[in-house]
Write a protein that binds this ligand. Structure first.
Ligand code: AMP
Ligand code: GLY
Length: 424
């Protein structure tokens, strides 16, 4: 079977790594990929938003299965385009990916189908937004409606800060057209978890639990990023919370999307807030989380390809997924300045040394090869991921590998996984 992975981040390196292990796969491509995927697949110089070029490649090379990593091509309709040419592709249609592409849509969907979430309002008018902020009080959360690479959410400590954030978004200064509509919502407290399932629109296979670390600094301080590290399993997702997430969040959402004429196929990712034994939904994503994908796939025992193919064919059948009992922890190493403007082209040292450590895999995200050397080429540069018999052991092994790697201005959180320890 010939497989094409679309994307070039840490998530896609992890997907490529996992797919490459399948005995079903004879040839693997990644577009555009990164220096990490180059060791496992043939990288193609096609960007994720060049849908026509991706289609032409898949069509001419008779690709049996295309797996889409990032949200952008999904929102642009890559799945619809490929399917209209008879190609099999794993991911939601454009209409279904709207659950991530518009926060206003996803909030309205949750309200309509009774999915627990924070109280909210949707605004395009500054004065109306300000009135809502004054009525609700701070802290309060302001979100750009459209895609903003995980950075379109402002947690405002004061009403003034919220009003300013709304102004920046509505004026188009902050996120362009993605911010021309804003969602303003109640501030929730609790512990977050990433709850991912694979679904064909009817049948649902939950993945193992995971937790991301969105803030840039230790102790969840500083601005939000795409994610600075993740681990699996997440003890905050007890059996009871798992059941609530399935019954109260995932099932009504999958059913609701079908009822709305947007049947959902692919990975559905619910960002949950857990507090006092209850769950509330912060957001939905239409794809694997990054970096959650890295620890999840390291823990996945089953071959992922038959599951992805079954969903692409529209019927999960009786497929299930088995997991290693081990825990996995991924520490993201980022470039100086991230999540703002960041340094580039710094030479990365110690990759080979880290790779020699047992139970460690270093997933590339923002890297490039320059004059034969691996250099930084993105905000999130590497996802150093380790397996361990316990979360504690996986943490120690992952940080042991992190210690081998260095470049000018490297930054990473030193507390990835710590929340899990308080619970086990
Ligand atoms: P989102 O992209 O909507 O998940 O938001 C990104 C991050 O912002 C979440 O992972 C939370 O850390 C935080 N966040 C979003 N909405 C809320 C909320 N209503 N209350 C508290 N924190 C939130
Ligand atoms: N790590 C969060 C996300 O992928 O959106």
């Amino acid at each position: 079977m010939k497989v094409l992975v679309v994307g070039g981040g840490g998530r896609e390196h992890a997907l490529t790594w996992k797919i490459a292990q399948s005995p079903l796969v004879t040839k693997l491509y990644c577009a555009p990929g990164n220096p990490g995927t180059a060791a496992l697949a043939e990288n193609l110089p096609i960007a994720v938003d060049q849908l026509d070029k991706l289609l032409a490649f898949a069509f001419e090379n008779r690709i049996d299965l295309t797996v889409v990593g990032p949200e952008q091509p999904l929102s642009l309709g890559i799945v619809d385009l490929f399917e209209s040419h008879g190609l099999k592709v794993f991911g939601p249609s454009q209409k279904a990916a709207f659950i991530e592409g518009s926060k206003a849509f996803s909030k309205d969907l949750m309200q309509k189908y009774g999915v627990p979430t924070a109280a909210y309002g949707v605004f395009t008018d500054q004065a109306e937004a300000e009135a809502f902020i004054k009525r609700t009080g701070a802290p309060i959360v302001v979100k750009a409606d459209g895609l903003a690479a995980g950075k379109g959410v402002i947690i405002a400590r004061t009403c003034e800060e919220a009003v300013d954030a709304v102004r920046e978004m509505l004026s188009g200064n902050a996120f362009g057209s993605a911010g021309s509509r804003v969602v303003i919502e109640e501030f929730l407290t609790g512990e977050e978890a990433s709850f991912l399932v694979i679904t064909d629109g009817t049948k649902i296979v939950p993945l193992a639990s995971a937790q991301d670390h969105k803030a840039i600094f230790d102790g969840d301080q500083g601005p939000n990023t795409g994610g600075m590290g993740a681990y699996s399993p997440a003890p905050v997702v007890t059996r009871d919370i798992h059941e609530k997430a399935m019954q109260q969040v995932i099932l009504p959402t999958v059913k609701g999307m079908a009822a709305e004429g947007r049947p959902y196929r692919g990975v559905l990712y619910a960002g949950l807030m857990v507090k006092d034994g209850q769950v509330k939904t912060l957001e939905f994503n239409a794809r694997f989380g990054d970096p959650e994908c890295q620890p999840l796939l390291m823990r996945m025992k089953s071959d992922i390809v038959p599951v992805l193919m079954a969903v692409a064919e529209g019927d999960l059948g009786s497929h299930s997924i088995e997991w290693h009992d081990k825990a996995a922890v991924c520490v993201v190493m980022a470039a100086e300045g991230y999540p703002g403007d960041y340094r580039r082209a710094d030479v990365i040292n110690g990759l080979a040394e880290a790779a020699r450590i047992d139970d460690v895999y270093v997933f590339h995200a923002g890297t490039a090869v320059k004059e034969g050397r691996c250099v930084t080429n993105g905000g999130r540069v590497l996802g150093v991921t380790a397996l361990g018999d316990s979360v504690q052991q996986a943490i120690s092994t992952a940080y042991g590998a992190v210690d081998c790697i260095s470049w000018n201005g490297v930054q990473f959180r030193s507390d990835i996984g710590r929340k899990a320890l308080g619970r086990t």
